[in-house]
Write a new protein. Structure first.
Length: 191
């Protein structure tokens, strides 16, 4: 009797393990990406003195501490764009990817995103989108542009149809560069 109770317990443990693992395999991960601003070290040449100022040497010169001498503190910015901005970007086909969508590979995934500022214009995220499935899909993305963890702008991106096994590139525009952004997080909401 002890022997059959032990084998019954083993069978029960196997069934529970199988149920848990089949649920884990059925979940398809969604793709997301987090990009930091990647401009080089900003510098400014003073037209009168010829001095080149960078974040490493600003403020090291002794002198008066007047409001006009103090630099803008981007971490103190408390401005954000109200609502959710909706965009319909153009896509550029770049090539193909293997059709591998399944339990562990998402239907659509984001790849190689970079955040940069176009001076006197807007922040932008350039990213690549891979359709890993055998069907044409119409992806929906959401991007959050933040400054020191605080939301500056939320963007909903309606991507045009992406063909089976295609890799495409697109640009998502953020807030104007008058607002400081240090990070953009984009994720696939659908499919």
């Amino acid at each position: 009797m002890y022997k059959s109770y032990g084998s019954g317990l083993k069978a029960l443990v196997c069934l529970v393990g199988l149920a848990i693992s089949s649920n884990a395999l059925a979940q398809v991960p969604r793709s997301s990406v987090d990009a930091s601003a990647s401009a080089g070290v900003p510098e400014f040449r003073d037209p009168k003195t010829g001095q080149i100022w960078t974040p490493e040497n600003v403020g090291l010169v002794p002198g008066p501490n007047t409001p006009s001498d103090r630099a803008f503190d981007p971490l103190a910015q408390a401005v954000h764009v109200d609502g959710v901005v909706v965009q319909r970007p153009k896509i550029t086909p770049l090539g193909s990817v293997p059709i591998t969508a399944g339990p562990t590979v998402p239907i659509v995934n984001i790849d190689d995103a970079t955040l940069r500022a176009v001076p006197a214009q807007r922040w932008q995220v350039v990213l690549y989108l891979n359709n890993n499935s055998a069907k044409t899909v119409v992806p929906l993305l959401r991007c959050s542009f933040t400054n020191n963890g605080k939301l500056v702008e939320e963007t909903r991106v309606l991507v045009p149809a992406v063909g089976s096994g295609m890799r495409v590139g697109l640009t998502i525009y953020g807030p104007k560069t008058a607002l400081f952004v240090d990070r953009a997080a984009c994720k696939v909401e659908s499919p």
